[in-house]
Write a protein that binds this ligand. Structure first.
Ligand SMILES: Nc1nc2c(ncn2[C@@H]2O[C@H](COP(=O)(O)O[C@H]3[C@@H](O)[C@H](n4cnc5c(=O)[nH]c(N)nc54)O[C@@H]3COP(=O)(O)O)[C@@H](O)[C@H]2O)c(=O)[nH]1
Length: 558
């Protein structure tokens, strides 16, 4: 109890209630929807059954009328042996007819192939309950007949030729409403109906009837619902356009819903399992390790915690600002600033580097776009992971950023490092060409540190080479490094490429680089990577300076 009291706060209870609601609402909605579908289906089935029953009653009536018409036309008007034989054959051929008889003008049976004995004897045991003319069949009368101990019968009768006699056919009432007429019902309904029809017992709330327009009931089972019972169910009614018969099938709602019980349970079970799986999935997502570094980067990216720092690039022959290299920093909400070495490798391996690079470009455009755009001589360089340089869709994205930016394409430099191997030389070459066609320039970064070989990298058709700090550090101490730098500078000049020296930390290095013909350099001797505001101040301050000697170092801001 103590644990419960301590462990569950109001928020927990609200969260659980919300969870139950969120999980339960779709189930309730689904159940609601399913009930609607089942009810609609049940009603449609009742309608279909009623239409079947009407079709059947029409077919049977038509068959009886055709048979009697044929006999009458063939001269079957009395009790001669030929007439009796024809009546016997017709009884055998017409499925619904159980007996054909010749009646006298008073309606008494004169003879029938199925009946032996005198007419008087037969009339004593046969009772006429009701009589009505048949709509759509001129000259025909319909009698409801009761046989002793037998099932209810329907008798069709017409004049026998021009004689005063009549010819009549006896049809069991059940022929107008057999169980096949309701075959479309769900199993439960079928059982009810069949049970009702075959056993004679009252179907539980289910009612079906075929009646004439004058409400003479030809066949029925069940108890006709009235009042509330009628309101608590659905009644399908269909009328025969030929003979005016009407079929009524009344199904209580209880049976309609019962018909779909299996479907409902199956549906609810499936929906429940799907929701449970969703729940498990959602829990797993919620429980994902909050310290997963890739998720952390993803979150920080969405929160805008990756910001650009700008390291100035200086013309060491004039002292003018030539532009800047953008270096990303992770500014955490607690104020700590994380250097790229701690997250760039993971951003690259997880694929987040693309979003990060494009985000950085947009931020630079927002923050320094105006200042840079107003000074066309300034260039802005971005580190461009070699993975990105082999993805052709990136060209469109980079274009999308700078097409809307005050920074012109011709001011943009993308630095591809020599340190990482190139995944596909052909694709990279193509993408570089596409970027260059926009006016963007491409630099090889960290030259001298990779395994690809400079000549291989140069085949990519780049515009700038950036000499790595490693060689700059060795100026004045290692002759080989100095020779390598001189060779690189010569090579670059011969190939009409620009050279930028990186990681320049001393005035001696600046002097040496200037002597061997290097014009652009970046390094702590001028400035560390600066946050946006400091960089913009520097851009402003450098405006007034004409051709000046190399500027004095600026204090690192981060
Ligand atoms: N794909 C991307 N990679 C990026 C991005 N931003 C940075 N990086 C990569 O991280 C590497 C390390 O960057 P950083 O820690 O910012 O270091 C740079 C400078 O701060 C540092 N530097 C510059 N001048 C000096 C100096 O005089 N002395 C000294 N000790 N260090 C100096 O060097 C790094 C310059 O990097 P680069 O020119 O790119 O080689 C960095 O190397 C990038 O690969 C990014 O947005 N995307």
């Amino acid at each position: 109890m103590g644990y419960f009291a301590r462990g569950f706060t109001r928020q927990h209870i609200v969260a659980i209630a919300v969870g139950v609601l969120v999980a339960g609402a779709p189930l309730i909605a689904f159940n609601f929807w399913l009930s609607g579908v089942i009810d609609r289906q049940g009603r449609e089935e009742a309608d279909v059954s009623a239409r079947h029953a009407i079709a059947l009653a029409e077919r049977r009536t038509g068959e009886v009328i055709r048979t009697l018409d044929t006999l009458s036309a063939a001269g079957v008007v009395d009790c001669g042996s030929a007439a009796l034989e024809a009546m016997q054959r017709a009884t055998f051929d017409a499925v619904p007819i159980k007996e054909i008889a010749i009646l006298d003008a008073g309606g008494r049976i004169l003879c029938s192939p199925q009946q032996r004995g005198t007419a008087i004897e037969r009339d004593v045991v046969r009772r006429i309950l009701a009589t009505e003319a048949i709509e759509g069949a001129p000259g025909y009368m319909l009698d409801m007949v009761h046989l002793p101990g037998g099932k209810p019968m329907v008798r069709f009768r017409r004049p026998a030729g021009s004689s005063p006699n009549a010819i009549a056919a006896l049809v069991p009432a059940g022929m107008f409403l057999p169980h096949v007429a309701v075959h479309a019902f769900e199993q439960e309904l079928r059982d009810e109906l069949n049970g009702g029809l075959e056993s004679g017992r009252e179907a539980d709330g289910l009612y079906a009837a075929v009646e004439t327009r004058g409400h003479l009931i030809l066949a029925e089972f069940g108890k006709r619902p009235a009042g509330q019972a009628a309101r608590d169910g659905y009644t399908a009614e269909h009328r025969s356009p030929k003979y005016g018969f009407q079929v009524l099938i009344a199904v209580p709602n209880r049976l309609i819903s019962a018909g779909g019980a299996e479907v409902r349970w199956l549906g609810l079970f499936t929906a429940g399992v799907a929701l449970a799986l969703l729940g498990v999935f959602a829990t797993l997502i919620a429980r994902r390790d909050p310290h997963n570094p890739v998720l952390e980067i993803q979150r920080a990216l969405a929160a805008g915690e990756f910001v650009p720092y700008y390291q100035p690039i200086v013309d060491i022959t004039t002292g003018q600002l030539r532009g800047a290299e953008v270096l990303v920093r992770w500014k955490k909400p607690d104020g700590t600033v994380v250097l790229p070495a701690a997250f760039i490798p993971l951003a690259e391996s997880s694929g987040l580097i693309r979003a990060m690079t494009l985000d950085l470009m947009r931020r630079v455009s927002d923050e320094a776009g105006k200042a840079i755009g107003e000074r066309p001589a300034l260039k802005i360089a971005f580190n461009f992971a070699s993975k990105l340089a082999s993805d052709e869709t990136v060209v469109k994205d980079v274009y999308g950023v700078f097409a809307k930016s005050p920074i012109k394409m011709t001011q943009v430099v993308l630095e591809i490092t020599e340190r990482d191997p190139i995944e596909s030389f052909a694709a990279t070459r193509q993408i570089i060409a596409a970027l260059q066609s926009l006016g963007i320039r491409i630099a090889i970064d960290d030259v001298g540190t990779g395994h690809s070989g400079l000549s291989y990298m140069l085949k990519l058709g780049v515009d700038i080479i950036k000499i790595d700090k490693m060689f700059i550090d060795a100026i004045g101490t290692d002759r080989n490094s100095t020779t390598i730098i001189e060779t690189l500078v010569d090579l670059a000049h011969n190939m009409r490429m620009d050279v930028v020296a990186e990681g320049v930390e001393s005035f001696e290095q600046v002097m040496h680089l200037r002597e061997i013909g290097v014009r652009s350099a970046q390094g702590y001797v001028f400035a560390p990577p600066l946050p946006g505001r400091a960089f913009l101040k520097l851009v402003d301050a450098m405006d007034g300076l004409g051709e000046q000697p190399v500027p004095a170092p600026i204090e690192a801001a981060a």
